[in-house]
Design a protein around this ligand. Structure first.
Ligand code: 4LM
Length: 399
């Protein structure tokens, strides 16, 4: 499609990447194939050598994946994108493409549990050292940036405390020290509809597309978005040789389908979350609400500046003890007790024992994740029904 960036977001989420075939199918067909036929041996050799464009083998690329990749690149305003079989597949391919033994990574002190584990327990085994720092305080960069630093890695809002990090300020600080350090932002909690880190100075965006990008709770997927050069390296090394975590053509089809409604889903997630947050804020059983749209939340001003709206995620701490809270939550009828986020269903989870169980109690404390924190991914149901379900449980906790 020509003039991609000149079309609006909603138009691009629907039309970019569409492949027209001879049948005239409205939706790009699923290219359920592992390999691609070459006309001649010479043609196969030329494709492997990169001398001729064209598909080779679906671990490298496949038209169903190309469609989803072109959509993501356009929506994030990047040159190119690479699909992966999971968010973790995308993150590890991006990191393995960026570092070698002896290099250092500076990562945010609050991250999704498995990302924390990859950096803290996985990459250290191969000689890559990560320091976890509070990136709200920019002075920490002056303290910890060294000539060995190759990657800055963070989420914003952070999972699960919704801590907000200033993408523009971080990218400027880091690039002033060394423009070749790669600033990688996990944009999972926002989706490109709410926040576009590349426009704010980041070099690379990663996504768990399992979440808002797909939006329907039926796919595990991930993406990397960045320059065509970096995405090419991730494709031919990080993903092809290091992780092999390739998305299936069927899942790529579902992603392309989910993306068609991203903007309207995000708007509803945001308006529902705002109502739920306001309800929780005024409920006597609730001790603390973590939601960037509350004016007294620490990151409110930065969130207002860099996000289109405040997102569909929030967390709470309750006044009651952990066991009492757990038993009360078991009585939820509409909201579902489950990890993951960004689905049509409202999902409620206990971070310390679930998504962040990879942290030790000391590491949880250092990351500002309280033992009692309950995370809510506000879904697309009628907000009054979500609130009524939460109220029925919270009322039992008021003595
Ligand atoms: C969860 N999260 O929080 P895959 N980046 C972020 C995430 O929240 C996640 C991933 C990457 C949750 C999963 C159980 C900010 C995942 C990893 O699960 O590999 O697609 O994404 O509930």
């Amino acid at each position: 499609m020509e003039n991609k960036q000149k079309l609006g977001f909603a138009t691009r989420q629907i039309h970019v990447g569409k492949i027209k075939d001879a049948s005239g199918a409205l939706c790009t067909p699923i290219y359920q194939t592992s390999t691609f036929e070459f006309e001649t041996v010479q043609q196969g050799g030329a494709r492997f050598a990169g001398e001729e464009p064209g598909y080779i083998y679906s671990r490298l690329s496949n038209p169903s994946l190309t469609q989803a990749e072109e959509k993501l690149a356009s929506l994030e305003n990047g040159e190119a994108a690479l699909a992966a079989a999971s968010g973790m597949g995308a993150i590890s391919a991006a990191l393995w493409t960026s570092v070698v033994a002896g290099d250092e990574i500076l990562a945010s002190d609050t991250l999704y549990g498995c990302t924390f584990s990859l950096l803290c327990h996985g990459m250290t085994k191969f000689g890559v050292d990560t320091k976890f720092i509070d990136m709200v305080n920019l002075e920490n960069f002056q303290k910890h940036l060294t000539p060995k630093t190759k990657v800055i890695y963070f989420e914003t809002p952070c999972n699960p405390t919704l801590k907000i990090l200033d993408i523009k300020a971080i990218a400027e600080t880091v690039h002033k020290y060394n423009p070749s350090i790669r600033v990688i932002v996990d944009n999972t909690f926002c989706s490109p509809y709410l926040q576009r880190p590349l426009e704010l100075g980041a070099d690379v965006v990663v996504h768990s597309a399992t979440k808002y990008i797909n939006g329907h709770g039926d796919v595990i997927a991930g993406f990397i978005v960045g320059t065509a050069e970096f995405i090419g390296q991730c494709r031919t090394f990080g993903l092809k040789d290091m992780t092999g975590a390739v998305l299936s053509p069927f899942d790529a089809f579902l992603i392309a389908r989910g993306l068609k409604t991203l903007d309207i889903r995000m708007e509803r997630h945001c308006s529902n979350a705002r109502k739920v947050a306001e309800f929780l804020y005024s409920h006597p059983a609730v001790d603390k609400v973590y939601y960037p749209g509350l004016p007294d939340f620490k990151g409110y001003e930065v969130a207002r500046k860099q996000m289109k709206d405040f997102g569909g995620m929030l967390s709470i701490e309750l006044k009651a003890g952990r066991d009492e809270v757990a038993n009360a939550l078991n009585s939820l009828r509409l909201c579902t007790i489950a990890v993951s986020l960004g689905d049509a269903e409202t999902l409620v989870e206990h971070a310390a024992s679930m998504t962040h169980s990879t942290y030790t109690p000391e590491e949880l404390a250092a990351a500002g994740i309280s033992e009692g924190l309950v995370r809510i991914s506000v879904g697309l149901e009628d907000p009054d029904d979500i609130i009524a379900d939460l109220k029925s449980v919270l009322d039992t906790l008021v003595s």
